[in-house]
Design a protein around this ligand. Structure first.
Ligand code: SF4
Length: 349
């Protein structure tokens, strides 16, 4: 395995077959050591970054019905909600007053919301209050365009961009093999359509991110196939700034398994080595907690994807202040660097 690791560190690309062999036959310590060297090659060894953003859940009504999701409600549920434009404006005002400049729009695929509602939300946050809006996902664009608004996906993306959309998270991917799609989210569009829509997002000159979620029935082959979709897409577009590894949280009766710290760190390190064309690897402090966050910065990750304000989809173990984020990064041996959604570095203390 040393030969494969040495060749990766010599900038040779991992093939799918080599990657599977590597994952199965390498100890977690060997993997994280190599990933740390790769991190140093790509990002140096001086800084680790963080960012500050607020999540905005504008609706929890969703018709997709993913098996694992505890966030969605049907429109006739007493717990279903849609924020009014007046409430949206209050939140934007509050962000501005508290020096929060970035907002992550998270909702469901709500068939009753109009195109004007989305455009006005974007307009309020971006044009009126000058906030960066990262929002929606490839799956939302596919569903909105094809099944709700009946327009081309690329036209919808451009309309959202004109109204104020600043970037798009590459979420709703989970593990993109047909078997895992069927198991996790049988009603979500295919991996191929997800990738085509990410290409549409890049063509609109919007930057993005990528992710993977482990802790279900995925195999190493599934993991490698998922990473390969992302690496191939990035070869074509170059618009993906980062990759984050999440673990499933138990939200419904859907079975999820415990992912140990060792499994998480080994997989994160493996992702660092496979995704040679994605500059930044983020550790999910929000999902895994501070201790794993600190260790991960020396196992291939260079960003902690925090501070997240108002997280409601996940049970957060995350950081709630800038001080906490900077402290964690210093404890790990780095100088904290504040960045924005698109990895424009802002400042170090
Ligand atoms: S995960 Fe997203 S798309 Fe799936 S049901 Fe929940 S809100 Fe809807």
């Amino acid at each position: 395995m040393k030969k494969i690791l040495d060749s990766v560190l010599d900038n040779k690309r991992l093939t799918k077959d080599n990657a599977i062999e590597l994952f199965l036959n390498t100890t977690w310590t060997e993997m994280v050591q190599a990933a740390h060297q790769k991190r140093v090659q790509l990002n140096g060894e001086k800084y680790a970054s963080y960012t500050v953003f607020k999540t905005l859940n504008y609706t929890n009504i969703c018709k997709i019905n993913c098996n694992y999701c505890g966030f969605k409600y049907s429109e006739d549920s007493k717990d279903a909600f849609v924020l009014s434009l007046q409430e949206i404006e209050e939140i934007a005002k509050d962000c501005k007053a508290n020096n929060i400049n970035q907002v992550l729009f998270q909702g469901g695929v709500n068939p009753n919301l109009t195109l004007d509602y989305y455009l006005e939300c974007l307009n309020i946050f971006n044009k009126k209050y000058n906030l960066h809006v990262r929002g929606f996902s490839p799956v939302e664009f596919i569903e909105f365009a094809k099944k709700i608004f009946n327009i081309k996906i690329s036209d919808l993306i451009n309309k959202f961009k004109t109204a104020g959309l600043g970037s798009v998270p590459g979420s709703s991917a989970e593990i993109m093999t047909p078997e895992m799609r069927k198991f996790l989210s049988p009603h979500k569009p295919s991996a191929q359509l997800w990738c085509e829509t990410m290409k549409n997002i890049a063509d609109a000159n919007l930057q993005s991110s990528s992710s993977m979620i482990i802790g279900s029935n995925e195999t190493v082959t599934d993991i490698v196939q998922h990473l390969d979709y992302i690496r191939t897409l990035q070869d074509k577009t170059g618009h993906i700034n980062s990759f984050i590894l999440w673990t499933w949280q138990k939200q419904t009766n859907f079975p999820v398994r415990h992912v140990s710290g060792v499994e998480y760190l080994k997989t994160l390190a493996f992702c660092r080595l496979y995704l040679d064309n994605i500059k930044h690897i983020e550790v999910s402090v929000l999902g895994l907690g501070k201790e794993i966050g600190e260790i991960a910065l020396n196992c291939g990750a260079d960003d902690i994807s925090s501070v997240v304000i108002n997280e409601q989809v996940l049970n957060s173990k995350g950081l709630t202040t800038i001080q906490e984020s900077e402290e964690l990064i210093k404890q790990a041996g780095y100088i904290p660097l504040l960045r924005d959604f698109n990895y424009k570095k802002k400042e170090s203390p």
